[in-house]
Design a binder for this molecule. Structure first.
Ligand code: C2E
Ligand code: CA
Ligand code: CA
Ligand code: CA
Length: 278
């Protein structure tokens, strides 16, 4: 890996190297993946700490290649961004997530929000708002049950970001800032963005009980979010201790292996009734 953190420089990833394929070969495979239906969405439940109930699910893409097996999104998303394939792949993710969430509602389940990760290239795509609008209409999903996750690094162009976010908010969807605390977004701008939620990066949650600095960061993000009228999600919650501490600090929702791993839709449906806080 060249320069961690900046997706665009990451595509000589070790795990792609370990497949024995060249970058060009991987690109060709990625090109065919959509038409061959090799992508699937897994969903990870998000639990509301006040009600104890599942309030949302995050859609996480998986690439199941016939020879290579499961390729991690951390490896192929950067490649998809480099090649521009992220546009059709991102649209597939959006429309699949909306359609499947509508299916859950049609089965009579209590309505929950589906969160979809947007890549920077998708976010700055000129017709993003139209694409999201079209996907929502096609699926029949009420826009309030779709949340779009963006990252701090995508918000550097402040005036463009505000314009895009306003367009999306007008549709009625929710917006969250993913991996919060790892970027360099200015707090002064943050309050200008029409966002709904901050997702505390899992690196802070991982060290919550071991590193007092991380504990302070988490507490501060929660307090700041509350002051700004935003909801807070803590992700990567793996232990009961982390969970209890987050609850003590009035975090709004948690997600992580402690509650449930990301699962394909059919397994999720089986598992959902058990996922709750007691
Ligand atoms: P992310 O959006 O920050 O997603 C959270 C990652 O943490 C997921 O990895 C999830 O499986 C993992 N995770 C969940 N709970 C735990 C936990 O308790 N402990 C630990 N250690 N990990 C946990 P995943 O699915 O491999 O996705 C990696 C990244 O790939 C995502 O990070 C996101 O940036 C990107 N990604 C995934 N799906 C999509 C997509 O549809 N579109 C775009 N643009 N990016 C995606
Ligand atoms: Ca995410
Ligand atoms: Ca994240
Ligand atoms: Ca991440």
């Amino acid at each position: 890996a060249k320069q961690e953190g900046k997706h665009t420089y990451r595509f000589y990833s070790e795990s792609i190297e370990s497949t024995g394929y060249t970058l060009i070969e991987m690109e060709t495979k990625l090109h065919k993946a959509l038409e061959r239906n090799e992508f699937i969405l897994h969903y990870q439940p998000q639990v509301n700490l006040e009600t104890g109930e599942v309030c949302g699910i995050e859609a996480l893409i998986r690439w199941n290649h016939p020879q290579m097996g499961f390729v991690s999104p951390a490896d192929f998303i950067p490649l998809a961004e480099e090649t521009g394939l992220i546009i059709p792949i991102g649209k597939w993710v959006l429309s699949t997530a909306c359609r499947q969430n509508k299916e859950l509602q049609d089965k009579g389940l209590p309505p929950i929000v589906v969160s979809v990760n947007l890549s920077a290239i998708q976010f700055y795509q000129h017709d993003l708002v139209e694409v999201v609008d079209g996907v929502l209409k096609e699926s029949g999903l009420d826009p309030r049950y779709l949340e779009l996750e963006i990252t701090e690094s995508m918000t550097m162009d402040v005036s463009r970001t505000i314009k895009i976010l306003n367009g999306l908010k007008k549709l009625g969807v929710k917006i969250s800032i993913d991996d919060f605390g790892t970027g360099y977004s200015s707090l002064a701008y943050l309050k200008k963005f029409p966002i709904d939620k901050l997702k505390i990066d899992q690196s802070f949650v991982a060290e919550l009980l071991k590193d007092s600095n991380d504990a302070t960061i988490v507490q501060t993000i929660i307090a700041m979010a509350k002051n700004m009228g935003l909801r807070v999600n803590a992700e990567g919650v793996e232990t009961k201790e982390q969970f209890l501490l987050l609850q003590q600090h009035f975090c709004n929702e948690v997600q992580g292996y402690l509650l449930c791993k990301p699962l394909p839709l059919d397994s999720l449906l089986e598992k959902l009734p058990e996922v709750r806080l007691t």
